[in-house]
Design a protein around this ligand. Structure first.
Ligand code: G6P
Ligand code: MG
Length: 222
């Protein structure tokens, strides 16, 4: 039944979720807003502009900046993030991801990337994973960001599959909701506590390949 896998990027393929946090924390500090790891969980999967809005609301400063000023803040954050990406190499691909992608390619699965990040093509290039992705969804091409299902639905459309033929892999709460509402089978990477809505949760990517194999096999028996 399953013929395709649609991956999130940050926190699934590579650990850039950590870099996003470092860059947001630096920006929030500059404008006198304190954010911690726990708050950062709520930013995962959320677009750049919306993440800034949430940080401003947290500091009760949502009315303090014009759009022009917000654009400057967003540029500061992204410029810092880009300097952190400079040291990214193929060694930064998360455990078991390469094996998983190779397995999917060898077994003729369609593979898409559905990330909210405008930096996704750059990151995939740096990680030297281009050959494994049939398509990278452009997050600016869909109406609403995660947790809306749009980006996963578009991913399925672009690889020519029905949503129920696709598995989605995510590390964020917003992303799992996006997969579920797209009517796909969701694999959550991380803690059960944050990802309780996922169809299955594994603590890290180490078991991803075997998890996908067992989900695919059990769907064939049904
Ligand atoms: C991913 C990350 C978010 C990030 C968003 C936009 O969804 O999980 O933390 O804010 O992409 O990324 P960008 O690289 O475009 O700022
Ligand atoms: Mg993520």
């Amino acid at each position: 039944k399953f013929k395709g896998v649609i991956f999130d990027l940050d926190g699934v393929v590579t650990d850039t979720a950590e870099y996003h946090f470092i860059a947001w924390k630096d920006l929030a500090d500059r404008i006198g807003i304190d954010i911690d790891i726990e708050f950062n969980e709520t930013l995962k999967g959320i677009s750049r502009g919306e993440s800034l809005e949430r940080i401003l609301v947290k500091g009760n400063k949502q009315n303090d900046y014009t759009q022009e000023e917000k654009d400057k803040l967003l540029k500061i954050k992204n410029d810092y993030y880009l300097t952190l990406l400079e040291k990214l190499t193929p060694k930064d691909v998360m455990d078991n991801i390469h094996d998983t992608l190779e397995y999917l390619k060898e077994n003729n699965f369609k593979v898409a990337l559905a990330s909210a990040s405008k930096n996704a093509p750059l990151i995939i290039n740096k990680l030297e994973l281009n050959e494994f992705f049939d398509i990278i969804v452009d997050p600016t091409s869909v109406k609403a960001g995660k947790p809306s299902p749009d980006i996963f639905i578009e991913g399925a459309r672009l690889i020519g599959l029905e949503v129920n033929e696709c598995l989605g892999v995510e590390d964020s709460e917003a992303g799992v909701t996006s997969i579920n509402d797209a009517n796909m089978y969701s694999i959550g990477i991380g803690s059960e506590l944050n990802l309780k809505h996922a169809n299955i949760v594994i603590p890290s990517t180490s078991a991803l390949k075997n998890t996908i194999i067992s989900v695919v096999e059990s769907s064939l028996i049904e």
